[in-house]
Design a protein around this ligand. Structure first.
Ligand SMILES: [Zn+2]
Length: 143
């Protein structure tokens, strides 16, 4: 399992294709969001700087070495900038409640392009169960 957390986290909403194109995740041990892939930061900032309540709010998108785009939405803090190279497990931000969000969580989704409309099955790719529950990605402690 390869989640944006190290330690325990919850799945609070499942991947449902076009209805909900990612997994909603809540960190239990830490709110740090870790890169799940190595690659280049495609974008880091507000989805709509004029409306912090819209869409993903503050988010990071990483263009992974596998050619997919990894999105981490609703962050309270961003630690990287567009164009940065990040390694898998680097801390890229902090979970939050920005954008269209009701309660702190991370919308984690994977898309074949840097655009909305298509998504890949994030559960299959990451190994995170597509089922509400509490999980541990196998790391111990925080980092
Ligand atoms: Zn979501």
């Amino acid at each position: 399992m390869n989640s944006p957390y190290m330690g325990n986290f919850q799945v609070t909403q499942e991947y449902k294709g076009s209805v909900h194109d990612g997994l909603d995740l809540v960190g239990l041990d830490s709110k740090e969001i870790h890169a799940t892939v190595s690659g280049i930061v495609q974008y880091a900032g507000w989805e709509n700087p004029n409306d912090p309540s819209q869409g993903f709010g503050q988010y990071v998108c990483i263009y992974g070495q596998d050619g997919y785009y990894y999105y981490y939405g609703h962050l309270s803090q961003i630690n990287v900038s567009s164009g940065n190279y990040v390694n898998c497990t680097d801390v890229i931000g902090i979970e939050g409640n920005t954008g269209y969000s009701f309660g702190s969580h991370c919308h984690y989704c994977i898309r074949p392009q840097f655009s909305a409309g298509n998504s890949l099955n994030v559960s299959e790719i990451s190994g995170i169960p597509n089922q509400l529950g509490t999980y541990n990605d196998g790391y111990s402690g925080s980092s």
